[in-house]
Design a protein around this ligand. Sequence first.
Ligand code: GDP
Length: 296
Amino acid sequence: MAFEGLTGRLQNVFSKLRGKGKVSEEDVNEAMREVRLALLEADVNFKVVKDFVAKVKEKAVGKEVMESFTPGMVIIDIVNKELTELMGGTQAKLAKANKPPTVIMMAGLQGAGKTTTSGKLAKLLQKNNHRPLLVAGDIYRPAAIKQLQILGEQIKVPVFSLGDKVSPVEIAKQALQQAKDDNHDYVIIDTAGRLHIDEELMEELKQIHAEVKPDEVLLVVDAMTGQDAVNVADSFNKQLELTGVVLTKLDGDTRGGAALSVKAVTGCPIKFAALGEKIDALEPFHPERMASRILG
Ligand code: GDP
């Protein structure tokens, strides 16, 4: 289960605080030392941890908190609020074009879950009475087109494909026209990933971006890879102006680092969380709910 280690450690810290009728500055310092270690162990970015602990401390050692009836509870509440803020505060909604279709470009490294997430997102939109069109733009990974077509069939969402001999830029361009002709209000473009970030990949993504001018550029990252996921997001963001991140594999035993660092490091909000391989295992990301979940 995700965040297990972090949740356990934080609960330990808080159970010590909760019982106290009076909390000293030393108690707060001790608790924050432990919170700091717990976050570092959960693979949260070092600077993010430092800033986080400083913020909580600043709020926790105030006279009002120390002299309240239940100072421990107040401090837990402060941690909860700061965790929520760290992950973006409020839910970041999917963009919507003034004039349909809304174009969503999916990006990410191979294996992060891009193709699967494209299908899941189509399903989610369809559930909300939209008419998405999926676009098979990953022409390099063997079977990526077929995989998207199977997903499309499963959820009864059409998949636009021109095979693997036409350039992804051309595919995206024609798909957009098709979407307009067929009155689709969302277009989800699956793009190619590589095992590592390379120039060729970025160049292609930039060209697709220039061609279709997406309303939304979602980077799909594997939460299990912790800070690597954050570094990937940072690199993509520097080149592609991401509008949001999708964290996948939150059903696995991820330690939490990616969820807690990615917004602070990149400035890019997490818009969706994927919690399993099944087609309906995608949900809008709610910072507040995630913070409560982490605190257990
Ligand atoms: P792509 O190369 O980025 O397009 O990755 P895929 O969409 O093919 O996904 C790679 C693997 O990760 C597949 O086996 C998916 O079933 C799996 N996967 C994707 N999202 C999730 C998730 O949220 N949880 C789990 N457990 N597996 C996932």
